[in-house]
Design a protein around this ligand. Structure first.
Ligand code: SF4
Ligand code: MG
Length: 321
């Protein structure tokens, strides 16, 4: 994804002109085959919009998304059909994703039917294998969504998403609607399936603990932009951006005794985007330049990317020495 921008027009008062609200502001991101990337940040930071842009469910106002070297075509165009088998998405609410009047087996077979993959008996075998893969038995084929628990429903949704053997799976908060006791099981299953199938995965979550278990890389988002991106361990054990530091410090970690940073100020609101560095009103390290100048996302020596004046300054000084 290259320099994506997505804005909406929001009318606040009856007589006011609609304001342009940037949900995504110049976001660039790359994902290698078989790699897992976590997109994290508070609600409203643009994680879900980014996921939808990446799989073509929304079009950017500017910038471009490409998949396997090709620009993503608009939805409904002919090449989209073929791509649809290679890119899949799983959302938070499994109940809303399933048709209450149709059996689990029929719904898992649906992508195979749509794309005319295999004969009838091959499709039946495939549905059977998919159910086993996600830890549901073939006895679930004839069941209806309401007969399943939340965790089982999300497993069924996952089986359907995997039916066409996608190369990229985008999961938007896939476990946050589930009981905590079930979350770990579904996370382990996702991790396992991702490794076995070598598919790339984008895992959108507000929960760093969940992301840490699955992702090779993490991108931290704030108000529609990436503020830090790098290998999971680097970002989680030694966050460089003040916002990532605050997020990480809020997660209790055994063996880490540093204090917790409590963020001051209002939660991010895309309709009232601060000048300069969008994080400056809440940043404990802000200096006068931060309100004037937006920091660029720059590479630092260990290979990660960070958007903060403080960090790029110290990296520059390191080079001069
Ligand atoms: Fe804080 Fe300034 Fe860095 Fe923004 S640029 S994160 S306000 S120190
Ligand atoms: Mg969301």
């Amino acid at each position: 994804a290259d320099r994506l921008v997505r804005h909406y027009h929001l009318r606040e008062g009856l007589f006011q002109r609609p304001a342009k609200v940037y949900a995504i502001n110049g976001l660039s991101l790359a994902l290698a085959r078989g790699e897992t990337l976590g997109l994290v940040g508070e609600s409203g930071c643009g994680k879900s919009t980014t996921g939808r842009l990446l799989i073509g469910l929304e079009r950017p106002d500017s910038g471009a998304v490409s998949f396997d070297g090709e620009a993503l075509p608009p939805i409904g165009h002919a090449p989209w059909r073929r791509l649809r088998t290679r890119i899949q998405m799983v959302f938070q609410d499994p109940l809303g994703a399933l048709d209450p009047r149709s059996t689990i087996g029929a719904q898992i077979a649906e992508p195979l039917d749509i794309h005319r993959l295999g004969s009838n008996s091959e499709r039946e075998d495939r549905v059977d294998a998919l159910l086993t893969d996600v830890g549901l038995g073939s006895n679930h084929i004839k069941r209806f969504p309401h007969e399943l628990s939340g965790g089982q429903r999300q497993r069924a949704v996952l089986a359907r998403a995997l039916a066409t053997d996608p190369d990229l799976l985008v999961c938007d908060e896939p476990v946050s609607a589930l009981d905590v006791s079930i979350q770990a099981q579904v996370i382990n299953l996702l991790h396992d399936l991702q490794e076995r199938r070598r598919m790339a995965m984008i895992f959108i979550s507000h929960d760093l603990r969940v992301v840490r278990q699955i992702c090779d890389r993490i991108a931290v988002m704030y108000l529609g932009a990436i503020v830090e991106e790098g290998l999971s361990d680097a970002v989680l054990l030694n966050p460089l951006h003040p916002y990532s530091r605050a997020l990480v410090s809020a997660v209790p970690t055994p063996g880490r005794h540093r204090g917790r940073t409590i963020l001051q100020g209002d939660p991010p609101n895309p309709a009232a985007r601060p000048s300069g560095c969008a994080f400056h009103p809440r940043c404990p390290a802000a200096s006068p330049v931060c309100a004037r100048l937006a920091p660029e996302l720059r590479s630092v020596p260990d290979g990660r990317r960070v958007a903060c004046h403080l960090v790029s300054d110290s990296a520059e000084r390191g080079k001069e020495r």
